[in-house]
Design a protein around this ligand. Structure first.
Ligand SMILES: [Zn+2]
Length: 423
C-alpha cells in the first residue's frame, strides 16, 4: 500500500472510530450545545475550521478539519489541567502533522483489554455519584433536600434524598460488581459529603482551613471570605459548600477515569414548593451535558469543557445510555416520561434531545465530568404514591435495607448499562 493511501485509510478509520468531522461537530453543536442559539456569535463553523470568538469579537481558538480527530482523542484522554494549558497555547495556530501524531499516540486510557471467559463488565470502570448528604433534619436543613410533613390522613412523610440516592448507589454497585465492573462511589456513607465526612464535621474541622487557603491563593476575595467566616450552616452551604462539594465530586470522578458515570437523584414536583404536601404529578427524566449560553463563556473553564463536549462524541454516547435509563425507569417504575412542558426548568434551561425524557442541561457535573454519563431523576419523591412506597423499609438486598422502588431504580440504571455495553 502506498504511503498516501495508507494515510487516507488511517484518517477514514480514525473518523469512523471517533466520528469527528466539522460537519459532525456542527450537528452536535445544533443538537446539544447551543441553547436558544445563544452561541451563534461565539462559535462559527467554516468549511476549513471551527472558530471560537472571545468577548472582544476576536478569534480565540480555531480547530481545523485535520485536527479534530486528534484533538478529540486528546480531550478524552487528558486531565483538565493538561487540556487548559494545551488549548491556551494552541489558540488559533494550525497544529503540525508531528504534533497531531503525538496527540493520536497518547494512550487510550479507557481501552478494555480482551480476556477469555471474562464477565461482561470486566475492565470497565463506573463512577456512581449519590446526590446530596443530609440524613438528619439538622444537616438536611442546610441543603433542604428532605421531605417532612403530615399528610391529610395524619400519616407523616419523612424522606431524605441522600438516603434514597445512597441506597440506590450501593445496590447498583453490587449489581455491577457481580458483572465484573470496578466501581467508585463519591461518598463513603449515606450521611457523608464527598470530603469523607459529614457536613457538620466539615464545618468544624475543614471550613476554616479551606477558606484560608483559598484566600491565600487569591481564589477568594476578602469580602467573600469575611462573609463566609460568619455565615450560618445554610448560608455556608448555599454560598460556598454546594459548589465546593460538586467540584470535588467531579474531581474525584475524573481521577477515577471512568468509562461511564451514573449520577443519582430523586426529583420533586417544582410546583409543590415548600414540599409540605404530596402531589399527584410524577415524571421520569435524565440529564446530559450541553445547553450552553454565551454569558457562561466568561469563565475559561466552562469554555474548555464546552470544547471537549464539542469535539468528542461524549454527548451522543451520554444520550444513548440516558435514553436506555429513562426507558427502563418508565418500564420498571411505570411513570410517564417527562416532556419539555412537564416542568418549567425543562423549558427555561434545557435542550430537549430526540430521545424521550433526555435533556441537555449545563449542570456542573454534566459539564465537568470527562466521561459518558447519565444524570438520572427517576421519580418525584413527593408524589402521593411514591412518598408512601419510599418510606417503606421492607426489602433487604445485598444486606441493604430499603424498599421495592429504590431497588427498581437501581435495576433500571443497571439494565441501561448492560444494554449500552451490549451495543
Ligand atoms: Zn437531588
Amino acid at each position: 500500500m502506498q504511503m498516501k493511501t495508507f494515510f487516507l485509510c488511517f484518517i477514514l478509520l480514525a473518523q469512523l472510530t471517533f466520528g469527528q468531522t466539522i460537519q459532525q461537530c456542527r450537528q452536535r453543536f445544533d443538537t446539544y450545545l447551543n441553547f436558544n442559539r445563544s452561541l451563534n456569535n461565539v462559535v462559527k463553523f467554516e468549511s476549513e475550521a471551527i472558530y471560537i470568538f472571545n468577548l472582544q469579537g476576536k478569534k480565540e481558538f480555531a480547530f481545523y478539519a485535520d485536527e479534530i480527530v486528534a484533538l478529540a482523542h486528546f480531550f478524552e484522554n487528558s486531565t483538565y489541567k493538561q487540556q487548559e494549558s494545551f488549548i491556551k497555547q494552541k489558540g488559533v495556530k494550525h497544529l503540525s502533522k508531528k504534533i497531531l501524531d503525538s496527540l493520536l499516540a497518547i494512550n487510550n486510557t479507557r481501552k478494555i483489554s480482551a480476556t477469555h471467559n471474562k464477565l461482561p463488565l470486566q475492565g470497565i470502570r463506573i463512577a456512581i455519584d449519590a446526590g446530596h448528604f443530609g440524613t438528619d433534619l439538622r444537616e438536611a436543613e442546610a441543603e433542604k433536600k428532605y421531605l417532612y410533613f403530615a399528610k391529610a390522613n395524619g400519616d407523616t412523610v419523612k424522606l431524605f434524598e441522600s438516603v434514597l440516592t445512597f441506597n440506590t448507589a450501593l445496590i447498583l454497585k453490587k449489581m455491577l460488581e457481580e458483572q465484573g465492573a470496578e466501581i467508585f462511589l463519591t461518598r463513603a456513607q449515606n450521611n457523608y459529603t464527598s470530603f469523607n465526612c459529614t457536613f457538620t464535621d466539615w464545618l468544624e474541622k475543614h471550613k476554616q482551613r479551606t477558606l484560608d487557603s483559598m484566600k491565600a491563593a487569591g481564589k477568594m476575595p476578602p469580602e467573600k471570605y469575611n462573609k463566609l467566616k460568619k455565615a450560618n450552616a445554610r448560608a455556608m452551604y448555599l454560598d460556598f459548600f454546594k459548589d465546593h462539594d460538586l467540584i470535588n465530586r467531579a474531581k474525584l470522578i475524573n481521577q477515577f477515569n471512568p468509562h461511564a458515570t451514573v449520577i443519582i437523584h430523586y426529583n420533586v414536583d417544582e410546583k409543590n414548593v415548600d414540599w409540605i404536601k404530596t402531589t399527584p404529578k410524577n415524571f421520569t427524566m435524565a440529564f446530559i451535558g450541553g445547553g450552553f449560553t454565551s454569558n457562561q463563556f466568561d469563565k475559561s473553564e466552562t469554555k474548555i469543557n464546552f470544547i471537549r463536549l464539542l469535539l468528542t462524541n461524549q454527548l451522543e454516547r451520554s444520550e444513548n445510555i440516558s435514553a436506555s435509563t429513562v426507558s427502563a425507569f418508565h418500564k420498571n417504575l411505570n411513570i410517564p416520561v417527562a416532556e419539555k412542558t412537564s416542568a418549567s426548568y425543562l423549558n427555561k434551561s434545557c435542550v430537549a434531545t430526540k430521545s424521550a425524557g433526555v435533556f441537555c442541561r449545563n449542570l456542573a457535573l454534566c459539564r465537568k465530568i470527562n466521561s459518558v454519563l447519565v444524570y438520572g431523576e427517576s421519580l418525584y419523591q413527593d408524589n402521593e404514591n411514591e412518598a408512601e412506597q419510599l418510606m417503606k423499609n421492607d426489602v433487604n438486598l445485598y444486606g441493604i435495607q430499603t424498599n421495592a422502588r429504590v431497588v427498581s431504580v437501581a435495576k433500571s440504571y443497571y439494565e441501561a448499562i448492560m444494554e449500552t455495553v451490549k451495543k
